[in-house]
Design a protein. Structure first.
Length: 301
């Protein structure tokens, strides 16, 4: 059982009731003009602690260390809605680009540790925070995983070359191999050949670090939580001078070949949702670009 206790210092509590109003689980009540913990359903979201003007509330599951970063100082004053530069935020978001040419420069471990703390500022279903992070901190580690994944794709490609097998599987409702053949086979074949002949690693694009984002069992929305944390890491990385690239090919291989996950020391009960290649980019852009047109749908009631 996780510790979901809340401590309220009744000497400091002014009885304003702000913590009672903000609590999503009705865990706190006002008794004789003081806030008291009356329920057991706390999800340790920390809203009560954040809203208390007296600093009287403490959520025990919140680790203060998670708000202290090694490579920069974070302000912990709350920014009310509208108190941040939208223009700056959008410029950061649009400036993050997937990097496919990393420089041969190591990433400081402190940056990787800070990135994970940035990741977990994301929301999570019922605040369960069941995400997991597995760090490959060096080029050597990334390359050894890349080689493991490459051997998975070599085997997959040689299976996909068997036309009769592909068509038989498709006929019995298992069309994945045929879809892979038509969608990715050639691309993967070329990348593997180029890797072998020219020594250019095309999976992690030469990244000197990587983070695998997964989830422990039991989360209500494991994929959503992990991907929200992932997006935070991508943006945080850009702001810290790092570049990144999501590696869907690595996720697909890890999902289909459990031995890759185990090689990384990730228990089989955990699910993998994202693999983030990280490092310093050799690519320089002149400006940001937009996206394809989106036509929104409105429902007016
Ligand atoms: C789920 C997901 C998986 C991806 N997998 C790969 C990949 O395996 N290799 C790669 O080079 N890029 C990969 N990308 C990067 C996309 O190609 C990229 O986000 C897209 O082209 C838009 O470019 P941008 O990220 O620079 O804005 C992936 C992106 C996402 C969201």
């Amino acid at each position: 059982m996780e510790d979901n206790r809340i401590e309220i210092d009744s000497g400091l509590c002014s009885g304003c009731g702000a913590c009672v109003s903000v609590c999503p689980t009705g865990t706190i009540s006002l008794v004789d003009g003081k806030a008291v913990v009356s329920g057991t359903e706390s999800i340790s979201c920390g809203h009560c602690e954040a809203v208390c003007p007296q600093g009287a509330v403490r959520v025990l599951a919140i680790d203060q260390e998670m708000s202290h970063f090694q490579t920069f100082r974070a302000e912990n004053d709350w920014l009310a809605p509208g108190r941040y530069s939208t223009s700056g935020l959008v410029q950061l978001m649009a400036s993050r680009r997937s990097c496919r040419c990393f420089a041969d420069k190591p990433v400081d471990r402190a940056l990787l540790e800070d990135l994970i703390k940035i990741g977990v500022t994301a929301p999570s279903g019922t605040n369960c925070q069941a995400w997991t992070f597995t760090v490959m901190p060096t080029r050597k580690a990334v390359l050894s995983v890349a080689e493991h994944i490459a051997s998975y794709y070599r085997k997959l490609n040689s299976t996909a070359e068997k036309t009769l097998l592909r068509l038989f599987l498709k006929m019995i409702g298992k069309g994945e191999l045929d879809a892979y053949f038509h969608g990715y086979y050639q691309k993967v074949k070329r990348a593997l050949e180029h890797w072998q002949d020219a020594g250019r690693e095309h999976l992690f694009h030469g990244a000197t670090a990587a983070i695998v984002v997964g989830s422990r069992p039991g989360a209500s929305c494991p994929a959503e939580d992990a991907l929200l944390a992932t997006q935070n890491i991508l943006l945080g990385a850009h702001s810290m001078g790092l570049s990144s690239c999501l590696i869907g090919f690595a996720v697909a291989a890890m999902k289909r070949d459990p031995s890759i996950q185990l090689t990384l020391g990730i228990p089989s009960a955990e699910q993998i949702h994202a693999v983030i290649a990280l490092g310093y980019s050799d690519e320089v852009y002149q400006h940001t670009t937009g996206r394809k047109k989106v036509t929104s749908r409105y429902f007016e009631g």
